[in-house]
Design a protein around this ligand. Structure first.
Ligand code: ADP
Length: 552
């Protein structure tokens, strides 16, 4: 039937709209970036689908068009992308199926205007949160009091219009559209006149349009003017790229708002030809990358975007963002082929090596490296047990708290400080750093001037066993029994074993026989009376705790 269907938004959409419109009001020009990015993305997706489905082939002059209409007070963003079916419209624009949304509203609440810190460039950092949480489309309601989206899915005949005033409900009705793609029509608010002015639109789009490889045109009086060259920034010579341009691309590819900690841009020539432009973020992204364990570095073939699911970097470098563009794959490379091709494996190896050597060189500056380590150290540690081949390169990059020094220290530094006769590298793992510093497990080591590395990250229960040695020194958990400290004299007077200790041990053993495998007198304690210890060969205490929690 040809009727208009009315639907209520999911409760979360309502809340979100309120936040987007009110809390994110400053710097609202970013709505245009969000909508054009969606349009360009839809064109990329259509091109990718066309590899296996002829119905999706993009027309040769496919563009994103930005069309202001002063008379009608509308701004239209049109694309020749993949389009949306009726169901896609309802799902993508009517509900929020993302767990990121709750985190998004939380982080907004945490940065209410009163406490808001301004970003380094003096701008309120909140607006950029929109993109990070994938609520980009709704930012249209910052400037429009009515938005209508007419779309036709590639491969389908029918078109549908989604429309809403951003107030609790939306409508869906049949529409006409000659070709696949999407038109987003913004009926601008009274105070959003500026987005009808071509010079203003041009200014906004140029800030980031060059990072988008799909052509974008601004339409004025029926004439189209290119707003970008569609050149991929990474293909330009380094000498032509300013730090601002790099940052712009960084913000675009990762939806980041900070400055990159590292920018790596190089071209590999010879056996393997590719250009890479990679960034290590300067801040931890809000989106928990714990859940998303795969690298999202984008693969392009001769500038054309292919996929961000090629695992161009191992998961323990998943915080790295950016683009790899190669000549060595055919444009119509399929997903199956991507899995199998040795080219990708070679690129992966080269890119991983380059990132590690960058980290190695930046690690020489302790303060600079600490900024990186505090964001991504726990992720890098995963490489120790996931990547045997790279283990020896990763180990010196690790940083630790220690019982002996302030701040961060490394394995090579620990080894350099080892006492005469000390054979092992000692470490202690616990859930939190404060508990570590107070642990009775440390007493005997402190008294003997033996340094202990203090580990409190989630992954710390796992990697020391995989590394097992560093520079030929075994890693030993101080909670494992069988550590003999007798050859090191404790500071102060040497304690004689008190009289009657054997009788006490025997009594405790009898009383606790059901719960412990042994009770021993120890020289590892100074102030405390007792300490739990794991057996010399089994898992250490932290690992036992984890196994118990996992119900083993
Ligand atoms: P995100 O882009 O982060 O996924 P958005 O709220 O901006 O979040 O968009 C939601 C979804 O709507 C997109 O993931 C996409 O599937 C769809 N969408 C938005 N704009 C378009 C468009 N122009 N063409 C096709 N699909 C679109």
């Amino acid at each position: 039937s040809e009727t208009v269907e009315r639907h209520e938004f999911g409760a979360e959409v309502g809340r979100l709209l309120d936040l987007v419109v009110h809390a994110l009001y400053s710097d609202r020009e970013i709505f245009l970036r969000e909508l054009v990015a969606n349009a360009a993305d839809a064109m990329d997706r259509r091109r990718f689908e066309a590899l296996t489905d002829a119905a999706s082939v993009l027309p040769p002059d496919a563009k994103v068009r930005i069309v202001p209409d002063k008379a009608a007070r509308t701004l239209t963003i049109t694309d020749a992308g993949l389009g949306m079916s009726k169901q896609d419209l309802a799902q993508n624009l009517g509900t929020i199926a993302r767990s990121g949304t709750r985190a998004f509203s939380q982080s907004l609440n945490e940065t209410r205007p009163a406490e808001t810190k301004t970003g380094e460039d003096g701008q309120d950092p909140r607006p950029s949160l929109i993109g990070q949480f994938g609520v980009g489309f709704y930012s249209a309601f910052m400037v429009a009091d009515r938005v209508s989206v007419t779309s036709r899915r590639a491969g389908a005949e029918e078109a549908w219009t989604w429309a809403s005033e951003g107030q609790g409900s939306y409508t869906l009705e049949r529409a006409e559209r000659a070709e696949p793609g999407t038109d987003i029509v913004l009926h601008l608010k009274a105070d959003a006149d500026e987005y009808l002015e071509p010079y203003r639109l041009d200014h906004v789009v140029r800030k980031w349009a060059d990072f988008i490889t799909v052509p974008i045109a601004l339409v004025q009086d029926g004439k189209e003017e290119a707003a970008n060259q569609g050149t991929a920034l990474w293909r330009k010579p380094k000498s032509e790229i300013t730090p601002e341009l790099y940052e712009g691309l960084y913000r675009q590819v990762g939806m980041n708002f900070d400055k990159p900690w590292a920018t790596l841009h190089w071209r590999a020539e010879g056996q393997l030809e590719f250009t890479a432009l990679l960034f290590v973020p300067g801040a931890k992204p809000f989106q928990a990358f714990e859940a998303e364990r795969e690298s999202k570095v984008r693969l392009h073939v001769r500038r054309m975007f292919i996929t961000d699911e090629a695992n161009l970097l191992p998961s323990w470098l998943r915080f790295v963002q950016g683009v790899v563009d190669t000549e060595d794959l055919p444009l119509n490379v399929s997903r199956e082929m991507l899995q199998a091709t040795p080219v990708l494996a070679r690129i992966r190896r080269a890119v991983t090596g380059r990132v590690l050597s960058e980290l190695t060189s930046r690690a020489k500056d302790g303060a600079d490296y600490a900024a990186f380590w505090e964001n991504f150290g726990p992720v890098l540690k995963e490489g120790i047990y996931e990547d045997h081949e790279r283990r020896s390169e990763i180990a010196p990059l690790l940083r630790f708290r220690s019982s002996a020094v302030e701040g961060w220290t490394s394995l090579p530094d620990y080894v350099a400080r080892m006492k005469d006769g000390q054979e092992a590298i000692y470490y202690l793992v616990a859930d939190d750093a404060d508990a570590l510093a107070r642990s009775p497990q440390l007493e005997g080591f402190r008294a003997r001037g033996l340094e202990v590395l203090l580990l409190s990250d989630h992954v710390d229960a796992f990697w020391p066993d995989s590394l097992s040695r560093f520079e030929d020194k075994p890693l030993r958990s101080v909670t494992q029994g069988g550590l003999d400290l007798s050859k090191f004299a404790p500071d102060g007077e040497a304690g004689e074993a008190p009289a009657g200790i054997d009788a006490l041990v025997a009594a405790l053993k009898a009383a606790l026989a059901a719960d412990v495998s042994d009770v021993r007198a120890t020289d590892r304690l100074v102030d405390s009376a007792v300490v739990l210890s794991a057996s010399g060969s089994g898992p250490d205490l932290q690992m036992q705790r984890l196994l118990r929690r996992a119900g083993r």
